[in-house]
Ligand binder design. Structure first.
Ligand SMILES: Cc1cc2nc3c(=O)[nH]c(=O)nc-3n(C[C@H](O)[C@H](O)[C@H](O)COP(=O)(O)O)c2cc1C
Ligand code: SF4
Length: 434
């Protein structure tokens, strides 16, 4: 039996993306039609039963988030779709935006109806500029067909969608920084509380969900929360779009049910297909640069929120970057840290300065001048960043580092002794190159 389960990616590549006719023929907008006849509380209950967890990275239960916003009786409310997709190794929202935009629009419209919101915003990352015209074309065709805009499908409900765009800052994917950016302010994270459900976009109650999260809503409406849950595990309903990349034979986006093991995802012929070359896999990085690294001893862990968490791992954005033995962990972590130095907004000291300190220490390992004290300092710094940084960017910047310090200590020790097991560091000095 196939391990791939295309629930929300079923239309991708099979329909013309902006064609309402194609989308409706494939069952599209039936979720919205059903939802418009249901009381909002019943829709929220279906999302709760589905145990849909946010697909943007944090994995917060969507049903609880929707319930919290619903209980706030202050209007207008806004719906925001996070299409910033800045996490390196993550390219699954792009698939949906590009190949099935009407599904995202339908999910956002159902959410709009639940909260009696009349405006929704989709924040598409600047690097996806080429997608924006096509997404606008999909919005326009949905309006023309009566599924969006004034008096949707002859009801009294009106809802308008607006595209906003960023300029390529990773921190603008953080929900409060994104709202600042939409408001035309500098894209820096806000102090929380107040939470965005209370004081969000334009200081109004706001729902922020990821593209993939919204794309699941039409399916939940069509098949019901219980059925949707049954595709996954008891705590992680449905399916997940995973992005495989790195030293893996079959890189790409795959939709899989929660509950397959990491081994299935990385080695199965239909999925990752194992390492791309002759070398064995050394580690894999889950959920993007801000996620933890996993190791061979963890390969039999089921890919779902709780089981991964129990092992110190996480689903995050769905990225799985596979690294084989040709990769030096120090070299890899230097690249990860360089990313965070570049993307840190500079607002708080632990993140702004801590990442630079981590990089300098890693460089000592790469140069063969590090000591045991430097290893201990890296441990302390990784804890400090997690505890003292202002927002999720700094809090997660050293997650990969801390998992590698714990699980690949031998490789750090080898560098202290002047050996690089992957043969990446010191080679310049040994060969006398400048
Ligand atoms: C630095 C940083 C970057 C983030 N980038 C994204 C992103 O690109 N896309 C996304 O959906 N969520 C991103 N998030 C998570 C959002 O803050 C938020 O949790 C998410 O949009 C909520 O939607 P969900 O519950 O459907 O996942 C980021 C968080 C942080 C701290
Ligand atoms: S942790 Fe601090 S410096 Fe880093 S991005 Fe967040 S607010 Fe900015």
């Amino acid at each position: 039996m196939s391990k791939i389960m295309p629930l929300i990616s079923a239309n991708c590549g099979k329909i013309s993306p902006a064609s309402v006719e194609d989308y409706v023929r494939a069952g599209g907008f039936s979720g919205l039609q059903k939802a418009l006849k249901m009381p909002p509380t019943q829709i929220i209950n279906e999302v709760k039963k589905a145990k849909l967890r946010g697909r943007g990275g944090a994995g917060y239960p969507a049903g609880s988030k929707w319930q919290q916003l619903y209980e706030i009786k202050h209007f207008p409310k806004y719906i925001v779709c996070n299409a910033d997709e800045g996490e390196p190794g993550t390219f699954k929202d792009k698939l949906l935006l590009e190949k099935d935009p009407l599904r995202v629009i339908e999910g956002m419209t159902i959410a709009g109806y639940v909260f009696n919101a009349h405006d929704g915003y989709i924040y598409i990352r600047g690097e996806y500029a080429a997608l924006q015209d096509d997404f606008q074309a999909a919005i326009d065709s949905a309006v023309r067909a009566g599924y969006l805009g004034d008096k949707i499908l002859g009801t009294d409900y009106s809802y308008h969608l607006h595209i906003m765009t960023g300029a390529g800052a990773y921190v603008c994917g953080e929900n409060s920084a994104m709202l600042n950016s939409i408001e035309g302010k500098v894209g820096r994270p806000r102090v929380k509380p107040p939470h965005l459900a209370e004081v969000g976009l334009f200081q109004q109650p706001t729902l922020v969900n990821n593209v993939e999260s919204f794309a699941n809503i039409p399916t939940i409406m069509q098949i019901g929360g219980e059925k949707y849950l049954s595709y996954g595990t008891v705590d992680s309903g449905g399916t997940k779009l995973i992005c495989l990349s790195g030293n893996v034979a079959n890189p790409g986006v795959y939709e899989v049910p929660f509950g397959l093991t990491l081994r299935d995802l990385i080695y199965d012929e239909e999925l990752g297909g194992g390492p791309s070359g002759q070398k064995k896999i050394k580690f894999f990085h889950l959920g993007g640069q801000s996620g933890p690294c996993g190791f061979l001893s963890q390969l039999d862990t089921p890919y779902c929120y709780q089981a991964l968490r129990d092992k110190g791992l996480s689903v995050g954005s769905g990225a799985i970057v596979v690294m084989d033995e040709s990769v030096c962990v120090i070299d890899y972590l230097k690249a990860v840290t360089e990313f965070f130095i570049h993307e840190s907004c500079g607002k708080c000291t632990p993140c702004r300065e801590g990442n630079k300190q981590i990089y300098a220490l890693l460089d000592k390992f790469a140069q063969g001048t590090a000591s045991k004290e430097d290893y201990a300092l890296l441990q302390r710094l990784s804890t400090l960043l997690a505890k003292a940084s202002f927002c999720g960017l700094g809090q997660a910047a050293a997650t990969a580092l801390s998992t590698c310090l714990k699980n690949l200590q031998a490789e750090f020790d080898a560098h202290i002794e002047g050996r690089c097991p992957a043969g990446v560091c010191f080679t310049k000095q040994e060969s006398g190159e400048q």
